[in-house]
Design a protein. Structure first.
Length: 451
């Protein structure tokens, strides 16, 4: 039995039965049977369904958001914003999906040559708790548009959210078996990937989880998309608007209590403006309000006491290496509470400087010049996102070209968008979600050559 624990109170919430092997087989068989007909469904049926799911999410926005807040602790305001992003994601594919799947003429080839996109089958999604709806929608909306079918293995913490997503899809009129939640533990994933009826897997999660899924998929020659961790740099240069940069840096670090793969985690500031930025940033972090996530606060608890304690252990390791901490204390309340904080003087060559801090703790570094800033930004095993702050065109070009990341935001906080590709390089994974790129990941690009 999965039982959710409200991280704001430590109290037990809803319970969900774990699916046994017979139920897993029933759902996989149903998905395979549904694919036989859905793969040939007209575009009008796919867009109509996506529009209906959009309406279902919009109509149930409050209920969906409250469930996420109770299960993993994000503020109700941010949970509502997440559901609204899901609405935008479904709407994007309903509007733009058909055009992305139009056949493309292959010019200069002999005869009538075309490239066409075809569905491939069942896609298994292994998804985390931190954005329990949006992470799923990033896979689900293109899956439906592509003519594929989906199975979801969601995090143990957010089984209520998983059940609600399935409910929304069924209420919108989806064929039975088009999308199903598998209430299972991680030890069932390898067996599913090995199943010949499942053609691909997508995972958003940790480097360790991604490595295991990639290994299993490689063994069975299955396509896989991995969206893994990040320790994103937030680079501030002398030409930047320091007031705006400091304000956005706080939001970028504490959103979702710092539990986002594309949160800004390492603030890399040019020496000429380091002291001024550090003062503004520290004052703004001190002003962050924490409290009941159902109310108007800036930050709620972390997702679990275990996650909070992991962050506290990382802080102690940083301090033992010589770093100084401002804030960042555990809060003596039931649940998974801690204050946001800033680590300074973290040794660049220490392991902690290259780790992902999945909580509301920023690391602040001083860079001597742009070359030093880029070198520090890249001196990690990850390459997911980045945010750069400069009003110098030459610096902007350098950052866009030389920062090793799948995404770079300029003078703004990095955020995913339904229209733009999402993904990383190095140990942050491979493959892309969103936009036409995400739609095409699990499709067969077939060449048609005719005389």
């Amino acid at each position: 039995m999965f039982t959710s624990i409200n991280p704001a109170t430590g109290e037990a919430g809803g319970s969900h039965a774990i699916h046994d092997d017979a139920e897993i087989e029933r759902r996989v068989a149903l998905a395979a049977d549904t694919f036989k007909t859905w793969r040939a469904s007209p575009m009008e049926a796919r867009t109509k369904l996506l529009s209906a799911i959009t309406d279902a999410f919009d109509a149930n926005k409050q209920r969906l958001a409250e469930t996420a807040t109770r299960e993993m602790g994000k503020t109700l305001k941010s949970a509502i914003a997440e559901v609204e992003k899901c609405v935008a994601g479904f709407r994007y594919y309903a509007k733009n999906g058909p055009a992305c799947l139009e056949p493309v003429a292959v010019t200069d080839a002999p005869g009538d040559a075309r490239a066409i996109w075809l569905p491939t089958g069942i896609v298994l999604a292994i998804m985390p708790w931190n954005f329990p709806y949006w992470q799923v929608v990033r896979f689900l909306a293109p899956t439906i548009m592509a003519g594929n079918v989906g199975l979801l293995k969601h995090a143990s913490l957010t089984q209520g959210c998983a059940a609600l997503i399935e409910e929304m899809v069924r209420a919108a009129g989806a064929p039975e078996g088009l999308f199903q939640n598998l209430a299972i533990k991680s030890d069932k994933v390898n067996g599913l990937i090995a199943d010949k009826r499942i053609v691909a897997a997508t995972l958003t999660g940790s480097e360790g989880a991604g490595s295991k899924v990639a290994e299993a998929a490689g063994k069975h020659l299955k396509k896989v998309v991995l969206e893994l961790g990040g320790s994103d740099p937030f680079i501030v240069m002398p030409s930047a608007d320091l007031d705006e940069a400091a304000k956005v840096a706080v939001k970028a670090r504490i959103q979702n209590a710092g539990q986002s793969c594309i949160c800004a985690k390492r603030m890399i500031v040019h020496a000429d403006v380091y002291d001024a930025f550090a003062e503004k940033f520290a004052a703004a972090m001190d002003a962050v309000t924490i409290g009941d996530p159902m109310t108007e606060v800036d930050m709620g608890p972390l997702s679990s006491e275990e996650q909070r304690n992991t962050v506290l252990d990382q802080i102690e390791r940083a301090k033992a290496a010589g770093a100084s901490l401002r804030g960042g204390e555990s809060v003596d309340l039931p649940g998974a509470w801690m204050n946001p904080g800033i680590l300074t003087d973290v040794p660049r060559d220490h392991d902690i400087a290259r780790e992902e801090l999945f909580g509301p703790i920023a690391m602040l570094f001083r860079a001597t010049d742009i070359d030093d800033a880029i070198a520090l930004a890249n001196d990690i095993p990850y390459g997911l996102g980045s945010s750069v702050w400069t009003n110098d065109a030459g610096e902007r070009e350098r950052f866009e070209r030389d920062v090793e990341a799948g995404m770079t935001a300029v003078n703004q906080m990095l955020a995913s968008s339904p229209e733009a590709p999402f993904g990383g390089v190095k140990l942050s994974g491979h493959g892309r979600e969103l936009g036409p790129w995400g739609l095409h990941e699990f499709m067969n690009l077939k060449a048609v050559l005719a005389k």
